[in-house]
Design a protein around this ligand. Sequence first.
Ligand SMILES: C[S@@+](CC[C@H](N)C(=O)[O-])C[C@H]1O[C@@H](n2cnc3c(N)ncnc32)[C@H](O)[C@@H]1O
Length: 258
Amino acid sequence: MTAQRVAAHRLTFGREPATYGDPQADLALARDVAAGVEASPGRMHDYLRARTSFFDRVVVGALESGTAQVVVGAAGYDGRSLRYAKPGVIWFELDHPSTQEDKRARLAQLGVTTSHVRFVAADFASDPVAERLRTAGLDPYQPCLFLLEGVAVYLDRDVLERLLGQLREVTSEGGRLAISVSTMAHDPLARARFEAAVARMGEPVRSHVGLEEAEDLLARTGWEVAPGDSASHGEQGTRERLRSAGLLVATAGAAREG
Ligand SMILES: C[S@@+](CC[C@H](N)C(=O)[O-])C[C@H]1O[C@@H](n2cnc3c(N)ncnc32)[C@H](O)[C@@H]1O
């Protein structure tokens, strides 16, 4: 339900252009998913626009610098694997089995080609994510970009930490990860409204991992928060604004001894 709502909002946003890919396939999926769902204007809408633009730019930046593997964690109805499909690039969509099953059924119904996408079903709370990604063909020795958009709040802290650790396990030094985390710590009213809305949808908030805590979790699991993602987000001022919106890019650090 929450993934469906994000798709409805995203349908109204301008997107990062690329010279490859199939935006029409992404739009067809989003329209199908968003049918009957209202995307009202407001703070959430504005936040989702900024978040979408951030992840788009990270993806296009990585693809343009030659990354040939992208893992979309908690993919929901994100259609970037279609919109930014590029010859030679393999996409891994990693998601909860029930969301993924519904997405795959919709894609099949719409006749959308997904031969470049490996669908990996996993409940992050209980399934071995690293093992499933390896089995699906992820090559730890080739550059990879991992996306975790809009999922941190739906995971308990220990589940998020384990997930970050498992993603670090399947990439070499230099792998990139983009993640969005909560910035509602200092706005109890916004936080209460958001919590009530998603609880009504049956997907309750499980944690509010804020910025500092997220940076700490990333460091503990072998990810260094990049001083900036120069490929996609240039200026220091822009990077600071993104950070304060909870939009982070991290790089896999050197493997630790023992
Ligand atoms: C708000 S949606 C975001 C979807 C997508 N990243 C986007 O931005 O459009 C949350 C996603 O988290 C996934 N999710 C929530 N809890 C999960 C869990 N325990 N294991 C795997 N995926 C989970 C849901 O299946 C859903 O796809």
